[in-house]
Design a protein around this ligand. Structure first.
Ligand SMILES: CC(C)(COP(=O)(O)OP(=O)(O)OC[C@H]1O[C@@H](n2cnc3c(N)ncnc32)[C@H](O)[C@@H]1OP(=O)(O)O)[C@@H](O)C(=O)NCCC(=O)NCCS
Length: 191
């Protein structure tokens, strides 16, 4: 049986994360995004952007990578909340992105990644968090609802390479509840 591990990503993971990101976009958004936008992804550019993001991560911002054995199969990123609609509602953290390759889905890895992000955010002083979810994605909505998130009554759009899709925000008022089952709450920073 496959063994999955989570760890904090380093700059050396930037290429792997860019590759997973691009592949997951193709698997997830085929038929949603323009086909040409999916085939023309510039991996070197995405690698550079991930290297910058990981390199500048501090405080609440972090990227975690999920590996099957030594092979990266997914990642997730969190940061401090900065959205002007969500900050006034009291949401302190942001679940910025989570992607797992199709073959690694429905094995509990998404839950583990979100729990890890929650523990990291708590350690950085963010006890609550929100996440933007495509309104018409039953997979993503079902996932966040299973993890105890609730719609917070804020809507937006995601302009994904020129295709504008309706988005809704889900939130956790208390991230401790999300971590409790996993025993993942830490009193000191994970790093
Ligand atoms: C969404 C995603 C992160 C979920 O990760 P995952 O590892 O597959 O999910 P888990 O196995 O941890 O599932 C946890 C629970 O979420 C719910 N869930 C997961 N996938 C679901 C789906 N397709 N439909 C409905 N509920 C789902 C289930 O209740 C599941 O528990 P169960 O397997 O015991 O029934 C993953 O499917 C993914 O990367 N999808 C593509 C990218 C994406 O949509 N990202 C989210 C953008 S906001």
């Amino acid at each position: 049986m496959a063994e999955y591990r989570l760890r904090l990503a380093s700059i050396e993971d930037a290429r792997s994360i860019a590759e997973i990101h691009a592949k997951a976009w193709r698997e997830t958004y085929l038929g949603v995004m323009r086909a040409e936008a999916l085939t023309s992804i510039d991996l070197d550019d995405w690698t550079r952007r991930w290297r910058e993001r990981i390199g500048s991560s501090e405080g609440a911002e972090a990227v975690f990578i999920a590996c099957e054995g030594e092979t990266p199969v997914g990642f997730a990123r969190c940061s401090r909340q900065s959205n002007p609609k969500l900050v006034p509602l009291g949401f302190q953290g942001d679940i910025a992105s989570i992607y797992l390759l199709l073959g690694a889905q429905r094995r509990g890895l998404g839950r583990r990644l979100i729990e890890r992000l929650a523990a990291h955010l708590i350690s950085a002083g963010c006890a609550s968090a929100a996440v933007w979810v495509l309104r018409d994605s039953p997979t993503a909505r079902g996932f966040y609802e299973a993890l105890g998130a609730e719609p917070v009554g804020v809507e937006g759009v995601w302009d994904i390479e020129g295709v504008v899709l309706p988005d809704i925000a889900y939130g956790w008022r208390d991230l401790h509840a999300l971590c409790a089952g996993a025993g993942a709450v830490t009193r000191s920073p994970i790093r």
